[in-house]
Design a protein around this ligand. Sequence first.
Ligand code: FAD
Length: 470
Amino acid sequence: MTMDSMTAGLDVLVVGAGISGLATAFHLSRAGLSVEVIDPAAKPGGVIGSVRRDGMLYETGPNSALDTTPKIGELVEAAGVKAEMRFASEIANTRFVVKGGKPVALPMSPGAFLSTPLFSFGAKARLAIEPFIGKQPADEEETIAHFVRRRLGVEFLDYAIEPFVAGIYAGDPERLSVPAAFPKLHALEQRWGSLIKGQFLGARERRKRAETAKNTAKSFSFAGGMQVLTDALAKRAGQVTLGAKAIAIERLPDGTFVTTIERDGARTTRHSRAVVVATPAYAAAALVERFAPEASRALAQVEYPAVCVVASAYARKDIAHGLGGFGLLAPKKENRALLGTLFSSSMFEGRADAGHALLTTFVGGRRNPALAADTDERILAEVGREHRELLGATAPPLWSALTRWPRAIPQYELGHLKRIAKLAEAEAQVPGLRFCANYRGGVSVGDCIANAAGTAESLAPWLQARAAVR
Ligand SMILES: Cc1cc2nc3c(=O)[nH]c(=O)nc-3n(C[C@H](O)[C@H](O)[C@H](O)COP(=O)(O)OP(=O)(O)OC[C@H]3O[C@@H](n4cnc5c(N)ncnc54)[C@H](O)[C@@H]3O)c2cc1C
C-alpha cells in the first residue's frame, strides 16, 4: 500500500465514472476543488457507450435522453459539446405498441385516440370517469399496476403503462412504487385529485419551474452518440483514473476518508475530505458498510434485473416495415421475447446510411430474466425472429452486437423511498459523504444530471467553508 496519496489529500474522491459521478466531479472541479474519479472500467461513462461499426453508430446503453430540465442544457454547454447535440427527428414522435402481433401507432391526438384499435370503446369511455375517482391517501404506497387499474382501467395498464414501464425500468408494474418510480404522477394525483385535470391545470406550474413534462420533452443525443457527453465530462472532471476499483472506504477520526483502491492487481489508497459514492447500489452497499451500516443494508436491497441490448444492422431493403417512429414496445400480454426495439437509424441522422437500418432491441428485465441469462445464440435467434414477425425482416441482419448488463437498472419497488431515506440519514451523520447514482432521484440520464448538480451544489460550499486537510 503506498501512502503517497495519503499525504497529497484530495478535496473529493468520486467513486464511479458513470454520468452521475462524472457530472458531479465536473461541477466540483469547476468550483475549484481537487477531484479524482475512479472506475474499474476501461472507459468512462458507466452504462453509456457509443460504438462505430461499418459506418454505423450504435449505443450499448441509453440511445437518447429527454430534455426535461434546464440543468441538461447548462451541462452540455459547459462541457463544450452543445454544437454536437442533436434532437430526435420529428418522425420519432410516433411510437408503436404491439397488439395482436402487429405494431400499432400510439395515438398522438384526441381524434387518433378515439379511433385507435389499441383500446376498446369501453376502455376509452372509462377515461371520462377518471377525474371523479378519489385519490389514494398520501401515506399509502401503491404499485404502478394498482394505481393505473384504479384510475385508468386495466387496458391502459396492459397496452400503455406496462410496456412503457418495461421500456424505462425493464421493470414490473406490479412491484414498482408510484411515489418512488413516478413521483410526478403521484404528485399530480395528490395535488389535483386527477391525472387528466392535473395534466391541464399543472402545465402552468411546470412552466414556472422551467421543467418540461416527460411526455412532451424532446429526445436528444449527440452526433457521435451519447458517449460524447460522458467523454467531454471526463476530460474536465479532474483526474479520472480508470481500471481502478474502490474496495473499501474508511472514515478517520478527523472525519476525512481513506479509500482503498485496486488497480492492476496492486492496492493503493486515496485520502480525501469528501467521498461521492456514484456506483450502483450493490457496490455502494459494500463500500460504506463500516461507517454507514443502515444505508449499506438499504442499498443491498435494491434489485437490478439483467437486460441484454442487441444492435442489429440490416440492409434497408430487407425490412418491410417503414420504421417511421421511435420504436416499438411489446406489452407482456403479447408474450413476445423482446421488451422493445428502437428504430435507432430513424431517430437520429448519421446512425446508418440510407441503404441500411439500425435497430436496437432490449430483452430480459423483470419480465424475462431467463432469456437475458441465455446464450448469445439463443438471444440473437429470438431477436431475429421478432424482427421477422413484427417488422417484416426478410433476411438476417448483416451483423448484430450484443451487450449484456447482468445488473442493468435499479428497481424503485415498494419500500424504495424508505430505503433511500437511509442515505440522507447517513449523509447527515457522516459529513462529507454523498450518494449520487441512478438508484436515487430517477433512473433517466436527465435525472442523473439534475441530481449530480444538486450533489455538487450541496457539497462544494461545505468543502469551501472548511480548511483543507493538506
Ligand atoms: C440498457 C440501458 C438502456 C437505458 N436507456 C436509457 C434511455 O434511453 N434514456 C435514459 O434517460 N436512460 C436510460 N437508461 C438509464 C441511464 O442510462 C442510467 O440510469 C444512467 O446512465 C446511470 O448512470 P450512473 O452514473 O448513475 O450509473 P452507471 O452508469 O451504472 O455508473 C456507475 C459506475 O460505477 C462504477 N463502479 C462500480 N463499482 C465500482 C467500484 N467498486 N469502484 C469504482 N467504481 C465502481 C461502474 O464501473 C460504473 O462505471 C438506460 C440504462 C440501461 C442499462
